[in-house]
Design a protein around this ligand. Structure first.
Ligand SMILES: [Mn+2]
Length: 305
């Protein structure tokens, strides 16, 4: 089966202050390209990493825009639930969420579940919504044999383990026997191919978010991509999307506003570099210009504990 893999979408109708273009036009242009890929490459379904909406209980305009965009793809869409789709970061509030309403009003838009996850008797989608860190391919202890297993997860996968919400590739390697692991949450791209314990060729892939939502350097310079997966060969083609926006950092007038809005993503980057208590101490010492001899004394004290 040919599947189109897309990252976090974050649909919204009000343009973030960190952009000077029109977010609705940008979304329509991105989805126009997705529709062209679906038609040109005979894609049979689109799989998304979640965070469909930027805000879990969004406005009607965003809800209708999401319906228009996903219906326009012309093929079934399957997604998991990201943290931005969860009211209060909890799946318990799902019924009240805009994502739940979208599933009801869109033509063929599906949150992956036990009832809809086997495609054409050959591909099994395994949902891991935000907060679920299991990479096992069983669902409630049940494993189906002789199908291609595509695990879709909203938990961040990174090279090295951090003390925050992320899973290392090593942990994923050890736990999963999926053929392909599609991940979201982190808006950066991530790709790794490996041979698992059963000598099976596997892939872990994060296409990165479908839009650039901040002007944090890594996000601003990122070329937006999507994945074209052929489940018969386990081959992934990585396609770069065109950008129609012309927003420049120096065009943005209210820099202080922008800084406050990008601070969260900046903090995420900073946090992902922190792994131990020593790292936290060094980071605080660095920010506050604390003299080296005091830092060393503090580090020695830490070692004693
Ligand atoms: Mn996201």
């Amino acid at each position: 089966m040919k599947l189109l893999l897309i990252g976090d979408v974050h649909i919204r109708t009000n343009t973030p202050r960190s952009r000077t273009d029109n977010i609705v036009e940008v979304l329509r242009y991105k989805f126009k390209q997705l529709t062209e890929i679906v038609n040109d490459k005979s894609v049979e379904a689109v799989i998304c990493t979640g965070d469909i909406f930027d805000i879990a209980k969004t406005n009607n305009e965003s809800l209708l825009l999401a319906k228009e965009l996903f219906d326009g793809l012309g093929v079934p869409v399957y997604t998991i639930i990201g943290n931005h789709d969860m009211i209060g970061n909890s799946i318990k509030n799902h019924e009240m969420s805009s994502l739940n309403i979208l599933e009801m009003i869109a033509y063929d838009f599906n949150i992956i579940n036990m009832g809809n996850n086997i495609l054409k008797d050959e591909v099994q989608l395994i949902p891991r919504h935000y907060g679920d860190k299991s990479y096992s391919t069983s669902i409630n202890g049940l494993v189906i044999d002789n199908v291609y297993k595509l695990l879709v997860s909203h938990t961040m996968v990174v090279d090295a383990p951090t003390m925050f919400e992320s899973v290392s590739t090593k942990e994923v390697f050890d736990e999963t026997d999926a053929d392909f692991v599609l991940v979201g949450h982190n808006h950066k791209k991530f790709y790794q191919r490996w041979v698992n314990k059963d000598m099976k060729d596997c892939v872990v892939y994060n296409p990165g978010a479908l839009l650039r939502l901040t002007i944090a350097e890594g996000d601003y310079n990122r070329e937006v991509e999507v994945g074209l997966l052929d489940t018969c060969t386990n081959n992934l083609e990585r396609l770069i999307l065109n950008s129609n926006n012309s927003f420049k950092i120096d065009e943005i007038e209210e820099m202080t506003e922008v800084i406050s809005r990008t601070l969260t993503s900046f903090m995420d980057v900073q946090m992902s570099n922190i792994r131990t208590v020593e790292d936290i101490l060094l980071e605080i010492a660095h920010i506050n210009n604390i003299p080296e001899n005091i830092v060393n004394k503090a580090l020695q004290k830490l070692k004693k504990h």
